[in-house]
Design a protein. Sequence first.
Length: 83
Amino acid sequence: MNISSAVLKFRILRGLARGRLCKEIADELDISVNTVNTDLRRIYEKLQVHSRAEAVAKYTGIALGHSAKKPKLFMGARCNGFR
């Protein structure tokens, strides 16, 4: 599967939001668990969060004790219908 890095990060984040384990995300996307973990670290850094719950909440716009705006994660990526 040859997909862009930005689309891959969206799909990994979607897997997080669905409660999937890193291995399940890796199997679903046909990538290694190491790649999932590396991209998760980059996603956390980009979103300025430290956990799965924070990453999913920030992306979906659920406030964790404050008003949160949905961030622009990866400029140039189009993932229509991603939630």
